[in-house]
Design a protein around this ligand. Sequence first.
Ligand code: ADP
Ligand code: MG
Length: 251
Amino acid sequence: MGILSVRNVNKRFGGLKALDDVNLEVEAGTVHAIIGPNGAGKSTLLNCFVGRLEPDSGSVTFDGMSLLGIKPHEINQAGVSRVFQTPEIFGDLTLIENVMIPAFAARDGAFTLNAWGLVTTHGEIRARALAMLTDVGLADQAERPAGQLSRGDKRRLELAICLVQNPKLLLLDEPTAGMARADTNNAIELMKRIAGRGVTMVVIEHDMHVVFSLAEKITVLAQGAVIAEDKPEKIKGNHRVQEAYLGGAQL
Ligand code: ADP
Ligand code: MG
């Protein structure tokens, strides 16, 4: 059983079966990609991991704990962080303020207690937030309003917001969408670094260059159903996968 275990998950929107008996095991410490044509159900599936949607049936467990029927912040406290398809940041606040907010609320007490058991100071939180911004290459823009950032930089800010919470599982929904190639390559390097620290990652991604650079395992969704799950080199040659991407696909 993986650290994230998805069993027989179904989700309907009216007459549409958005998820059709989905099974998925994500091994701890790996990068697992979910790919599939537009409308395949990828975001819907991720929404079922973070309390945004409740499946009609099936189970989702993380580290042995059910993620269903609990609040998004409880899922977050369990160590699951998500970068949304559309960046969710506070545009009027500065970058560092955006990262400090979740640092104050961090799950395991590591930032609310320091080595002497004292409540962490504002300065310590700030230092930690700045370290995260440095990590994603945004430290020099720390005092700018977040709303002024380019799209690629907003995604990096979102990553910093996730990382400050010390996630065990990071969920990324199209992290490189709309990025130019140079930004995409930077994002790949950043995600590799995060994965290198042992954070388990689930990445939904359109860009096959990103998928094949990062993923150790790939699950392919089409019309809500898993049609393949394998190592990247095997997925490339999979007939069903090529068929699912109309027009002979960019695999
Ligand atoms: P993907 O992320 O793979 O592109 P989605 O998970 O966003 O696909 O959507 C899967 C299908 O479910 C699509 O047909 C989409 O239109 C539909 N869908 C997604 N969310 C909703 C919703 N809240 N209400 C109704 N239909 C939805
Ligand atoms: Mg989507």
